[in-house]
Design a protein around this ligand. Structure first.
Ligand code: SF4
Length: 304
């Protein structure tokens, strides 16, 4: 039974080592990648449960830490641990175990990144209560906190994520964590509507977001060039001109405020197909990489 995994393809653009003690998720996103494919019935369960073969949280913790310590040097070399690809790591039921593993890993000087749609605080909590609730050290007081970054997925879509806290609630959480001194970032993936994603990016910037990863809808790791269907609703193909304008707007909005990682799906879409290239490599470089705040796949928030 393994708790760590080394993802490939789109997922690897988030992290090369992921920690996955739970499978399933109750947020109910209609585009959920866990629900598709042959393992969809197992991975895409509507409630998070410990992976088959794990007896309880303590068992999961010991399994995870044994693997983490065994691979510590490689994990650090590869940029740290990512929580998580098989669930939402900060849903109430998963939170305690994932944060406990993260906290211990940080003591081994391993950076950890979270990506969630959960609302971790609400406006009734003071920051102090927040840190107690999530059992993490306040980075302003404890050097260990330097190794953690909290990210929220923001799509600007409300109907497609029926059971998740709204995008606004996630941004509130981001802002509280930013105000308390944590590194905060956002995943804008999948972009479904360019205008909605740009709008939510501006909200996130105002909440203190320091880094964005941005990707389009994909299927089997390939960008959905010809449109896609979510829960019976047909979405038309992305418009190349609109996508290009989106990239330019994002680079202007984030300049001097946040770094941006453009996922391969966006690069592939703008670049065209091998049979029908829309831009040369040099032109693509100018579109995506010719900015100091555009970062490469192996860039890390922890080197800043
Ligand atoms: S939050 Fe992630 S894992 Fe959970 S339902 Fe949505 S897409 Fe799936």
């Amino acid at each position: 039974m393994k708790i760590l995994s080394k993802p490939k393809g789109n997922a690897e653009e988030y992290g090369r080592w992921s920690v996955n003690p739970y499978i399933g998720c109750s947020h109910g996103c209609k585009y959920c990648y866990l629900k598709s494919g042959p393992s969809g019935a197992y991975l895409g369960q509507n409630k998070p449960v410990l992976k088959k073969g794990i007896v309880n949280e303590e068992h999961a913790y010991h399994l995870a830490m044994a693997e983490i310590i065994e691979h510590r040097d490689e994990i650090i070399r590869d940029g740290g641990l990512f929580f998580t690809f098989t669930s939402d790591p900060l849903m109430r039921v998963c939170r305690n175990l994932n944060l406990t593993i993260a906290d211990e890993a940080m003591k081994w000087h391993i950076p950890v990144m979270f990506l969630t749609k959960s609302e971790i605080v609400n406006t009734w909590y003071s920051h102090v209560a927040t840190f107690q609730e999530i059992k993490m050290p306040n980075p302003m007081e404890d050097i260990v906190g330097r190794y953690v970054a909290f990210g929220w997925t923001l799509t600007g879509q409300y109907d497609l994520e029926p059971n998740a806290p709204t995008n606004d609630m996630r941004i509130q959480s981001m802002n509280a964590f930013y105000a308390a001194g944590y590194r905060v970032w956002a995943s804008l993936e999948p972009v479904i509507d360019f205008k909605a994603s740009l709008k939510i990016l501006h909200y996130a910037l105002n909440a203190g977001c320091q880094h964005f990863k941005i990707g389009l809808m994909t299927k089997n790791t390939k960008v959905c060039r010809n449109g896609f269907t979510i829960d019976g609703t047909v979405f038309p193909p992305y418009d190349p001109a609109e996508c290009l304008a989106f990239v330019q707007d994002v680079m202007v909005a984030t300049e001097g405020r946040a770094t941006v990682y453009w996922k391969q799906s966006v690069r592939d879409f703008i670049g065209g197909t091998p049979a029908h290239r829309l831009f040369t490599d040099k032109e693509l470089h100018n579109i995506f990489d010719n900015y100091p705040h555009s970062v490469a796949k192996d860039w890390s928030m922890f080197n800043q």
